[in-house]
Design a binder for this molecule. Structure first.
Ligand SMILES: NC(=O)c1ccc[n+]([C@@H]2O[C@H](COP(=O)([O-])OP(=O)(O)OC[C@H]3O[C@@H](n4cnc5c(N)ncnc54)[C@H](OP(=O)(O)O)[C@@H]3O)[C@@H](O)[C@H]2O)c1
Length: 284
């Protein structure tokens, strides 16, 4: 997509859904206490309309507080959370999902836009319990769309064995030039599953990479802005995190320029496969 059409307001359609997902998200992993509230408020003021939290981050209520304080209507903010592990049975797993919804949006008609299984690592029974709990919450309107995270091709296919809702709306995985997870990404693209990029900034660990620095100089942007723009041009939904107001703003200032096809290919050439992951590469 060219710079003239892509903006902070751009969205992507989701499979099995009438809802769309904003193409830039704001991550809040390791954002705690009032810092989390302040960062979300700064992000919403800067124009982000999509926040990515999780049970594991222990800040779902803080994200909810920030959205309420911001004055931005709930219907205009896209909120994602993730279930970390199942309870001992279907009912307790479902309860855990509902508790998250209540923390984020406790009103009578409270909902979250997207609820993901955080990780496939708990095993087949865990994946089944969590997916069925998410399906129930979706049916009841507490959750609009459901998806997965850290899932490889095999895990996504396996869901079909018991899923009423398939494919999952999104798969959130680690993605940046050094970790491109091509098998999982092309499978998702083939099935219409939206691909979300976590650690899109590689946690700033590649700020001194020569190729990246040269491109930042060429486009007169920061290395972070190049990395986020790279994700957007790949059709991935990047979820940059920051608790630094100036960085929160800069990370959303990624429009009005295009990385050329040739320079996208140069960035593609940095892929190190699974070795490039700083958190986790999926198992396909
Ligand atoms: N599903 C999963 O398993 C999973 C795993 C990891 C992450 N995630 C999601 O993806 C989000 C992003 O991933 P992440 O937080 O791990 O990593 P990230 O977004 O790649 O990097 C965040 C780090 O980079 C720093 N930073 C942010 N903007 C910067 C800039 N413009 N220049 C220099 N440094 C900058 C931040 O520092 P300051 O905060 O100090 O500014 C923070 O330390 C998470 O918050 C979470 O929502 C999901």
């Amino acid at each position: 997509m060219s710079s003239s059409t892509l903006s902070l307001k751009s969205t992507l359609p989701l499979p099995n859904s009438k809802h769309e997902i904003p193409r830039l998200g704001f991550g809040v992993y390791q954002s705690h206490d009032q810092t989390c509230v302040k960062s979300c408020l700064t992000a919403l003021k800067a124009g982000y309309r999509h926040i990515d939290t999780a049970q594991y981050y222990a800040n779902e209520s803080l994200v909810g507080d920030a959205v309420r304080q911001s004055g931005v209507p709930r219907s205009e903010v896209y909120i994602t959370t993730k279930i970390l592990s199942p309870g001992s049975d279907a009912e307790s797993t479902y309860k855990s999902v509902v508790e998250s919804v209540e923390k984020i949006d406790g009103g009578k008609d409270g909902y979250v836009d997207l609820f993901l299984i955080h990780s496939p690592n708990g095993g087949r029974d865990a994946r089944k319990l969590m997916w069925q709990a998410l399906e129930r919450a979706r049916k009841e309107g507490k959750v609009r769309d459901i998806g997965v995270s850290n899932f490889g091709k095999g895990h996504i296919k396996e869901l079909k064995e018991w899923a009423e809702v398939w494919p999952p709306a999104v798969n959130q995985i680690e993605l940046h030039p050094w970790c491109q997870q091509r098998t999982a990404v092309s499978y998702c693209e083939e099935k219409g599953i939206v691909v979300e990029a976590y650690c899109p900034l590689v946690r700033n660990q590649k700020a001194d990479d020569k190729t990246l620095k040269a491109l930042a100089e060429k486009y007169q942007k920061s290395t972070g802005q190049i990395l986020i723009r790279y994700c957007l041009q790949k059709n991935w939904v990047p979820l940059p995190k920051s608790d630094t107001p100036s960085r929160i703003e800069a990370n959303a200032d990624v429009y009005g320029f295009d990385i050329s096809k040739e320079d996208m290919e140069t960035l593609d050439g940095l892929d190190q496969g699974d070795k490039g992951a700083i958190v986790q590469a999926v198992t396909n």
